[in-house]
Design a protein around this ligand. Structure first.
Ligand code: CTP
Length: 419
């Protein structure tokens, strides 16, 4: 391996002058913890919000804002030239304007002009500024040039205001940054114009007003699938059952559900106009036959047994009612048992469910549930089996969208029809 291939990826974190700069500390820490060589380049005014010492301590690298600092190293050119990724968070309206027009009056804007690696700008500003035609035009220019500019989140802004303009959650930024480092030529836009439906999280089946039958799904894998699909250009509907509190991925439409029946209804509704449906949710197979109206009290007598009814198998229904050449993907979380290993269970499930693709994860012993990393196999209906190496849930998502994209391309080329 060459020395260059062995070195830690160099990530530049540009910081604009917005109150969200305090959240950028989490981004810097997250990227440094991944083992990346992080260089923070704030604008002069950004240092009004967070001091250079904080960024230096978190990144382990010096922090400068001016072109005329450290001139012998020609830093205003080197930092951008040598970067593997540039992330700007928060990207203010002013910074977006400068980037769109190629202005270069400080170290960060010089870096943006000299970088040839992927560049991702995460806007944060008041709603009026985000919606102003000047900002809209600047964002369109940047996107057309290949710069990644996710829509900001909607929510609480500075002061009492609320609306679109909140910076993407730091954990989302770190996740997306990790993905971009693995894709040195930038994320493919192969899902542009494709409507995809992703279900995520775990359903809850109520027993009485305070108790339910649930499961340990965190929703992280489904949210990662939604985030990566949106970043690759898809229109994403995320049908979200219960999750650990996860930020809504930028540019994704979310439909919140609780029970398996609600999820079933929402998925079928969204699937009417979708080219791809990915069932990553952990859907309860059974529900209590009757909902007890009042809280069940303990008594001195033997407790009543809980009678269960079957829930519909949403994945099987999707396959049965497949719309045209819709691509349908299932997930299988398997523990393996005495008779059959995880992969054998997966193969049998793919045959039984009839989906085009099935992602098989090993669970149990702290694997997959409630953790950040995942691994598994991607099984295809044509018999192809691809191992998915241990990595972030975004990396697994990227591998799955690669496979889906291939199936869509085959369809466009007039290849086989599924089903
Ligand atoms: N699934 C579904 N509807 C259900 C149960 C599961 O759509 N009622 C989907 C899940 O979202 C997942 C796939 O089916 O994509 C496999 O889920 P899993 O629970 O592993 O499958 P089951 O058919 O319930 O098999 P098992 O007997 O292993 O529980």
């Amino acid at each position: 391996m060459t020395e260059d291939a062995m070195r830690a990826p160099r990530v530049v974190v540009g910081v604009g002058a917005g109150i969200a700069a305090y959240k950028t500390c989490e981004v810097v820490r997250g990227l440094a913890e991944c083992g990346h060589d992080v260089r923070v380049v704030p604008t002069r005014s950004a240092l009004e919000f967070v001091g250079a010492a904080t960024f230096e301590a978190l990144s382990g690298n010096p922090v400068r804002t001016e072109v005329f600092a450290n001139v012998p190293e020609v830093e205003h050119v080197r930092i951008g030239q040598q970067a593997d990724l540039v992330v700007v968070a928060p990207a203010t309206a002013d910074l977006l304007a400068k980037a769109a027009h190629g202005l270069a009056d400080d170290l960060l804007t010089n870096t943006l002009l000299t970088a040839r690696c992927p560049v991702a700008l995460f806007p944060a500003m008041h709603t009026e500024m985000w919606e102003h035609p000047a900002t809209r035009a600047n964002v369109a220019t940047l996107r057309a040039r290949g710069t990644i500019v996710p829509d900001p989140d909607t929510g609480r802004l500075t002061g009492t205001d609320s609306g679109p303009g909140r910076m993407t959650d730091p954990s989302e930024i770190v996740d997306l940054a990790r993905l971009l480092i693995d894709e040195p030529h930038g994320l493919p836009r192969d899902l542009e114009g494709v409507h995809v439906v992703v279900s995520a999280g775990g359903t809850r089946e109520p027993l009485d007003p305070v108790r339910f039958l649930g499961n340990r799904s965190s929703g992280r894998q489904g949210y990662a699938l939604a985030r990566v699909a949106a970043a690759r250009g898809a229109r994403v509907t995320l049908v979200s059952a219960h999750t650990t509190s996860l930020p809504v991925p930028a540019g994704v439409e979310v439909v919140h559900v609780s029970t398996a029946d609600e999820l079933r209804h929402a998925v079928h509704e969204a699937a009417k106009s979708a080219s791809v449906v990915v069932m990553a949710a952990a859907v309860a197979d059974f529900k209590p036959a009757a909902l007890v109206e009042h809280k069940i009290k303990k008594t001195d007598t033997e407790p009543e047994p809980v009678v269960l009814d079957r829930n519909a198998d949403v994945l099987a229904e999707l396959v049965e009612n497949r719309r045209g050449s819709q691509v349908i993907v299932g997930f299988a979380a398997e523990t393996g048992d005495g008779g059959s290993d995880v992969l054998q269970h997966g193969r049998a499930k793919l045959r039984r469910k009839g989906s085009d693709l099935l992602v098989v994860n090993a669970v149990g012993d702290g694997k997959a549930f409630e953790v950040e990393e995942n691994s598994g196999w991607l099984l295809a209906a044509d018999g192809a089996e691809t191992p998915i190496p241990f990595g972030s849930k975004s990396q697994l998502a990227a591998a799955l969208w690669d496979a889906v994209s291939e199936l869509l391309a085959r369809d466009r080329a007039g290849g086989e029809t599924r089903g």
